[in-house]
Every structure is written in C-alpha cells, then in structure tokens.
Design a protein around this ligand. Structure first.
Ligand code: SAH
Length: 266
C-alpha cells in the first residue's frame, strides 16, 4: 500500500511547516497518543482541532493526528469507494474491499491498545467516561462513514465498535470524530494548562457545572453573586456545590439520581 499514515503535528519542525507539509513529513511517534482517522475528506482535518489548546498540543507533539484518505483505496480508474445497497433501496454503501485495505494501512505499526471505532448514529452514545477510556489507550482509530454507511462485514471482521455523537443523523462521521478527539485529547496529560479544570467540570464529578461569572462586576444591571466577590473560599465552594446540585437536579434527573445513589453509598 502506498498510503503511509499522514499526520498534522510534530515536536521539532512544527513551527516552520505548513499543515500540508506536516502531514507529509510526520512519522508516527511511539509513546504519543494518536488518532488515526479514515475518511473521504482528509482535508477536513485537523479542522477545529488545529485551534487553541488542542492545536497547540498537536504542534507540541503531545498528541498526533493521522488521516488515511479512503479515496486512495478506491477501485478502478474512477477510484470507486461505494456501491448500491444489497437488497435495493436509496443511497450508497462504502465497500468492504475498499475499507479493509484502508483499515489495514491506517493501523500499520500500531502497538498496544487501540479502540477501533466506527462513527455511527446506531452506536453507543459517546460520553466523558469513554473519553477517559480512550485517553488511557495508546490511540484510537476512527472510521468516518458517508452516504448510507459501511458494509456490515467490515465491522464484524475487525470487531469495530459503533459510537454515536448523539441521537441525530449527520452527513458524515468527520464532525463526530473531531468532537470525540477533542474531548479525549483535552484529558491527556499536559494538554490543558490548568489540569485541575478537568476535575470539577460538567460530567466529571457526576454533576453539571455551577454558573460562571467574570468582570465587569455589574452588567446590564445584573451583579455577580456577592459570595463570589467575598474572597471566602469555603463559602464560595459551598455556593458552587449547591448551584451545581440545583442545576443537575433541574436539568438532568438521570444524573441527579445516580449522584444521590453514589452519595448514599459513599
Ligand atoms: N444510514 C445510516 C446513517 C448514515 S449517515 C443510518 O441510518 O444509521 C452517514 C455517516 O455519517 C455515517 O456512516 C456515520 O459515519 C456518520 N454519522 C451520522 N450520524 C452520526 C452520529 N450521530 N454519530 C456519529 N456518526 C454519525
């Protein structure tokens, strides 16, 4: 196969290279968490992952992104990747004999634990626990579907898990892949400047986060709650916990129930 994993960031040379050059000159670094993405639209990456904290961490070599262009594995002069659904019906299905070699190539040289994932509205819903699990793995493979999806035999053969971004249908897996990689990468050591900020944020401690405020102290006649301006740390912590609990109780009865049960046990 000719399609070596492409990548978007590297420790030493990142500063002087353009994204395209980074993709071509970046070999897989061992010991660095990586996302290996199979897609018909590699130009959609790194996308928003190239911005802000995830983008800086990518440049600094704290994680890696490799894309495999499914089109390179297409069949014939027109590099066809899809065909009509067996049994009839609308749309097109990505072919197993195209996906198979793409997956084999994308995963070449991967060592350790790599969740194999197909982005799919039929899948288990992605959540913070899954992000933590993926962050503890060596990397993750993400297969982005298009059209009506992929031939089932590929999922069965490689034991690929279907994971959904939510109960809605996207046009392709790329946006879902970027959302999931973002949620995972920010949990890797050293990616967020202030590591403590992942501990008490929404979905980490079983509660939604308390309301946040910043300057100015008064805006449109609305003041920041006095306690937050008091400098009294214990009072502030209490206010935040009470508000986080109230929000969770009002908005997410499912989370509130689980939280209360955990408190009873603990
Ligand atoms: N026919 C499929 C939907 C195909 S949508 C069905 O009814 O289940 C086209 C592609 O977009 C899918 O192959 C998948 O990779 C991606 N996709 C759509 N919705 C998604 C979601 N909620 N989460 C993750 N990926 C999704």
């Amino acid at each position: 196969m000719t399609d070596a994993p492409r990548s978007h960031g590297r420790k030493s040379i990142a500063a002087s290279l353009k994204p395209r050059e980074l993709m071509e000159q970046n070999p897989a670094l061992s010991g660095v968490w990586a996302a290996r993405v199979i897609t018909l639209f590699p130009q959609a990456f790194p996308g928003v992952l190239g911005e802000s904290l995830t983008g800086k961490a990518l440049k600094d070599g704290k994680w890696q992104l490799h894309t495999t262009d499914l089109r390179n594995f297409g069949i014939g002069r027109h590099r066809n990747v899809d065909d009509t659904p067996a049994g009839g019906g609308a749309g097109m299905v990505l072919r197993a004999d195209v996906l198979g070699p793409a997956i084999e190539t994308a995963m070449r040289g991967a060592q350790g634990r790599w969740p194999l994932v197909y982005l799919s509205p039929r899948g288990r819903r992605f959540d913070q626990a899954m992000a933590h699990d993926w962050a503890r793995a060596d990397g993750v493979m993400l297969l982005c579907g298009r059209f009506e999806g992929v031939d089932q035999r590929v999922l069965d053969h490689y034991g690929i898990e279907e994971v959904s971004l939510g109960d809605f249908v996207l046009t392709g897996g790329e946006i879902a892949a970027q959302a999931m990689v973002d949620a995972t990468v920010r949990l890797l050591p050293g990616v967020l400047g202030n590591a403590a900020s992942t501990e008490d944020e929404s979905h980490s401690n079983g509660l939604l986060e308390h309301p946040q405020y910043t300057r100015p102290a008064e805006w449109m006649g609305r003041a920041i709650p006095d306690v937050l301006m008091s400098g009294h740390h214990a009072e502030i912590a209490r206010w935040r916990r009470e508000n986080a609990e109230a929000l969770t109780r009002a908005r997410r009865p499912d989370m509130w129930k689980a939280y209360c049960e955990a408190q009873d046990k603990g």
